[in-house]
Design a protein around this ligand. Sequence first.
Ligand SMILES: NC(=O)c1ccc[n+]([C@@H]2O[C@H](COP(=O)([O-])OP(=O)(O)OC[C@H]3O[C@@H](n4cnc5c(N)ncnc54)[C@H](O)[C@@H]3O)[C@@H](O)[C@H]2O)c1
Length: 254
Amino acid sequence: MVEAVQGAGVVVTGAGGGIGAALARRFAAEGARVVVNDLDADKARSVAEEIGAVALPGDASSIVAEARDALGGTIDVYCANAGVGTGGSEAAGEEAWARAWDVNVMAHVRAAEALVPAWLERGSGRFVATVSAAGLLTMVGAAPYSVTKHGAYAFAEWLSLTYRHRGIKVHAICPQGVRTDMLDATGSVGDLVLRPTAIEPEDVADALFKGIEEDRFLILPHPEVAGFYQARAADPDRWLVHMNRIQQKWEENR
Ligand SMILES: NC(=O)c1ccc[n+]([C@@H]2O[C@H](COP(=O)([O-])OP(=O)(O)OC[C@H]3O[C@@H](n4cnc5c(N)ncnc54)[C@H](O)[C@@H]3O)[C@@H](O)[C@H]2O)c1
């Protein structure tokens, strides 16, 4: 049991399935009071019923006030987990780019805007962003996803450096492939890049709880991502040559 979580009021967005559902289950098992949000109302209700949580269907961008009411006035932990895996190139289209920004970045910004004043007032709060290794590296075949996940990582980093001395804790979870509906939707590029090392959603929850116990910002459910991130920073051109080889391999096999 993690002390910081027992009895805490926790919100998980996009928790009707995949990683969000695993986070919600784990928080509930650790004794937290959980709000399960998802755009898909049936999925939110089904997970909430299973774990004795409150279901809060709707867009993750605008649920903080309702979630706070459902938890009796205080949110202790907010997991900004909902995301869209928008693939494609520079030509993915205005609508797809805008949706990726809205869900993958602006939903985090809007939630923080609604959460931070109360957290600063009481000197505590925890913001968990489900980002992606694509936010540290880059996902072949998915420009909107890569760009917006870099944005989500940058925002989590900014929150952490700005408010850490005032009691707000931030975690950025950056997995590679995780066996969820989103991975299934990535098609041939996911099969090439993500599936061979994919892990279960429960492994992501384990990594987050370890990170909470160790008070770490960056949560890497695939530890090897630390080495890739270092390689990218140490020699960007060499790293790009390596990534371009993966791109070419995908082009040959798709
Ligand atoms: N699966 C992976 O390989 C992987 C890897 C790295 C990061 N991630 C990230 O993990 C998070 C969860 O993804 P997942 O793999 O569990 O996907 P998933 O598709 O299984 O689950 C995502 C859930 O979010 C919900 N959702 C989407 N937009 C929403 C919105 N605006 N408001 C509320 N709910 C919304 C969906 O209905 C769905 O139930 C995402 O942010 C994703 O980018 C996933």
